[in-house]
Design a protein around this ligand. Structure first.
Ligand SMILES: Cc1ncc(COP(=O)(O)O)c(C=O)c1O
Length: 330
């Protein structure tokens, strides 16, 4: 395994780096976003009293990681509560700036919020963070190989993603980007003999892992290129807009994402006036065999719908018909 299969990692690193638009010396291959971002949360040297800014709409694993760091190390989380959907960059940027003090060391930024599909203006947020000497961590779980961008376009200090989501790689495949100049200063989550080295490979001391899963990532990258990033994004935008516009013909149906392409892509969310979101998703599944997710999280109550590139408009017509029937019946 270590002598033969392990050699496959370097060509894979290069493939992922090409897709990310970064140097291969900034890409570590791991198992998921949770592991990628836990590497950053636990690898940064922060002191008691240091503050980090994040939103109540971030992903639970990241919230839990920072809360545990707050309990253990005495850092302080400054919370933002976003009122989604938002289709104005300045609103998001000023929320982050207003939560920032002289003690702020980190902005934790979710590229696409999983609860609704809202896209945040990550490039502008990372630029604002850098101006203030604040570390930017981007949770890109839902955006890599979904939106057409390169990591340098965003210019974060750290970016974590899961390749089993939109890249369609096997479960348990992920990636961590660390800006070159930050590598030496970030402690690895799984220690090795050179924890303060500037070599990105220090973040891959996972021990024995599934090489089959890891090596299959390369096939997923080839598949992704065969379609093309831009075309994939456009297809996903098209599908989301198709169903959102159609179900909006009933005035009781409310859409919880902006339909402007800068603010949402494949993921879309809706609610029906007077109905519980979990009742809507249960009915869609039991009566129509359509899987959606009923969401109740913080200030969000909506049903999330996630077509992929292989979803057809015929599939969506069935879904639209079901939603309109449910909305009519109430
Ligand atoms: C925004 C966001 N961050 C992180 C994660 C965690 O991803 P994983 O379970 O692959 O670590 C998810 C999963 O859905 C997510 O939506």
């Amino acid at each position: 395994m270590w002598h033969i299969l392990d050699r496959g990692r370097e060509p894979l690193r290069k493939k992922l780096a090409d897709l990310a638009g970064s140097s291969n010396e900034e890409i570590a291959i791991n198992r998921n976003t949770t592991e990628a971002l836990a590497t950053v949360t636990w690898g940064l040297s922060l002191n008691k009293g240091d503050e980090i800014v994040m939103t109540k709409q971030d992903y639970p694993h990241m919230i839990q990681a920072w809360k545990q760091k707050e309990m253990r190390d005495g850092i302080k989380i400054k919370w933002i509560n976003l009122n989604l959907p938002i289709d104005n960059d300045e609103v998001v940027i000023s929320e982050f700036i207003n939560a920032t003090t002289s003690k702020t060391k980190v902005w934790h930024i979710t590229h696409m919020i999983n609860w609704t599909g809202q896209i945040l203006p990550v490039a502008k947020l990372c630029a604002e963070a850098r101006k203030r000497n604040i570390i930017s961590i981007v949770d890109g779980a839902h955006t890599f190989a979904h939106l057409d961008f390169s990591i340098p376009d965003i210019n974060p200090d750290y970016f974590g993603t899961s390749l089993h989501k939109w890249l369609c790689a096997p479960f348990g495949s992920g990636m961590l980007y660390v800006k070159k100049e930050n590598i030496a200063g970030l402690w690895p989550l799984f220690p090795n003999d050179k924890p303060t080295d500037g070599n990105i490979r220090k973040f891959e001391s996972l021990g024995t892992r599934s090489f089959a899963t890891e090596q299959a990532i390369a096939q997923s990258v080839d598949f992704h290129h065969a379609i093309g990033s831009r075309r994939k994004q456009e297809r996903l935008q098209y599908l989301k807009k198709y169903w959102c516009e159609a179900v909006s013909s009933n005035p009781r149906v409310k859409i919880h994402v902006s339909l402007k392409p800068e603010y949402s892509c494949a993921l879309g969310t809706f609610s029906i006036e007077g109905m519980k979101t979990t009742d809507i998703s249960s009915k869609l599944f039991s009566d129509y065999q359509i899987h959606t997710v009923g969401i109740n999280w913080e200030n969000i109550s909506a049903v999330r719908v996630t077509p992929h590139i292989y979803t057809t408009t015929e599939d969506l017509d069935r879904f639209i018909d079901a939603v309109l029937k449910i909305a009519k019946a109430g």
